[in-house]
Design a protein around this ligand. Structure first.
Ligand SMILES: [Zn+2]
Length: 464
């Protein structure tokens, strides 16, 4: 065995892959995994992390972050957002596009990329904004990880803040799919049928003055803003995906009514190259907690059995803890009029602790977590085998967790600028204790020890 000095060895931990778990030492040199060894074959190291009693997972991904930069940095910026992610055990983030300016052109994408480059603590990739079919190819060449389309427009134009980002014309949607198909990238879509949504939500809720947070909750569970419109939008989209051959990635699976899971299954049977992400709020956020935080949690688990089924049967390929921060000042009027405020929820820091709590409750295994939160997204977004799995040659990204550690969510411990957590007062068990990005420790037992600028940009598969 090679006995040269390595930079780091993680000893005595249990290492997890989607297929199994094994007690192994992990050896790191120059930011890469160079060995998986028993004690007798482990080389000397400059630094040792003793993971006795701990579980070593591949670096976990969060593919649905709104870090709000550029344009809305009073809500979040790339440093506060990736700090929250690092604190929550995340090593890789994918950032969304509803910024100002929105990265729908090469110039705006490059501006965003250079603005955030010195600010990230963990690794990241950026969606390009899907709005103009002609700019898709330049965005892909510039390194977009995929193209995000807002096939939606808020009933009062509150979201996605910049109304023109909403692509509600299916002819343009079709042309975007053609353009994205040519690049080979994923097209990630927030589906909707905005006219349906607007007409019915106004008729039955807004016009009769039923606008309080509780009215909104009733409307949401009945499929008004946005449920049925989102599912109908998904049905149309999968048809256009089938005839254009675009690789489709379905956002907000847990926000749509459970029947949407069936639409994804049907599309897959029909040969559509489709994946989907399940929001953890739709699995874990109780009705009681949603009532407590009101406009601070736009989604909750009103059909958890159907959503868990979609996770366990593979309909949902990955999990996300959507992070869509807004300030309390912005969302508080939602107690009276929830249809006029932006839909918020926090998740960057809470996502993995909630997932680990589900492992302790027997709803998932750590092998599932290695698949749903690392290997599956890394593969789908074209970053595998460099990322996504603990194996020789891969980047040394790890989330080391203590499955016995207890946690109580409270606003004071959160790094987001939102100023609150949607999970305030919730107790969980199982916590990330080290977040390690390319061999460097970014979070150590809750303390942030990484620096802004350590996080690297990872381009998509069509970058030149
Ligand atoms: Zn979002």
């Amino acid at each position: 065995m090679n006995q040269r000095l390595v930079d780091l060895v993680i000893t005595n931990g249990t290492v997890h892959t989607p297929e199994g778990s094994v007690r192994q030492n992990v050896c790191v040199l120059n930011g890469r995994i160079v060995g998986l060894a028993d004690d007798a074959n482990t080389p000397p190291a400059a630094r040792v992390i003793d993971a006795r009693g701990l579980d070593v997972l591949p670096g976990l991904w969060h593919v649905h972050c709104h870090f709000r930069e550029p344009g809305h940095t009073y809500k979040e910026d790339f440093t506060s957002g990736t700090t929250a992610a690092a604190a929550g055990g995340i090593t890789f983030c994918i950032d969304m596009t509803n910024n100002d300016p929105h990265p729908t052109t090469l110039e705006a994408f490059e501006l965003k990329r250079s603005t955030i480059a010195p600010k990230a603590l963990v690794d990241y990739a950026l969606y390009g904004g899907g709005l103009y079919p002609k700019t898709v190819a330049p965005l892909a060449k510039a390194g977009a990880i995929g193209i995000k389309v807002f096939n939606t427009r808020h009933v009062k134009e509150v979201y996605p803040y910049i109304s023109e980002l909403g692509v509600v014309d299916h002819g343009i949607l079709h042309e975007l799919y053609e353009a994205v198909a040519d690049t080979g990238l994923l097209c990630a879509v927030h589906h909707d049928d905005s006219e349906w949504c607007k007409r019915l939500t106004f008729r039955d809720y807004i016009n009769p003055g039923k606008t309080s947070n509780r009215d909104y909750m009733e409307a949401y569970e009945k499929g008004y803003m946005y449920g049925h419109g989102m599912a109908a939008g998904l049905a149309a989209s999968t048809y256009y995906a089938r005839i254009t051959g675009v690789r489709l990635h379905v956002l907000h699976m847990g926000v749509m009514p459970p029947a949407a899971n069936g639409l994804v299954r049907f599309a897959r049977q029909q040969g559509v190259d489709i994946s989907g992400e399940m929001e953890t709020a739709a699995l874990f956020m109780t009705r009681e907690q949603a009532e407590k935080v009101g406009p601070g949690a736009y989604a909750w688990a009103y059909a958890p059995e159907a959503n868990w089924r979609a996770v366990h049967d593979g309909t949902a390929d990955m999990l996300v803890g959507e992070h869509a921060p807004h300030t309390l000042e912005e969302i508080t009027p939602g107690w009276q009029d929830n249809f006029s405020v932006p839909l918020g929820v926090t998740g960057a820091q809470e996502f993995i602790p909630m997932v680990l709590n589900a492992v302790n409750q027997g709803q998932l295994t750590l092998q599932d977590v290695a698949r749903l939160c690392a290997e599956a997204p890394a593969k789908r977004f074209g970053q595998y085998p460099k990322k996504g799995r603990i194996q020789i040659g891969a980047d040394a990204d790890f989330t080391i967790v203590d499955m016995k550690a207890e946690n109580l969510f409270k606003a004071a411990d959160m790094h987001t600028r939102a100023g609150y957590t949607a999970y305030e007062g919730i107790s969980t068990q199982g916590m990330p204790v080290y977040t390690i990005v390319r061999g460097s420790t970014v979070m150590d037992h809750g303390k942030i020890v990484g620096q802004p600028g350590h996080g690297q940009f990872h381009p998509g598969i069509a970058a030149t």
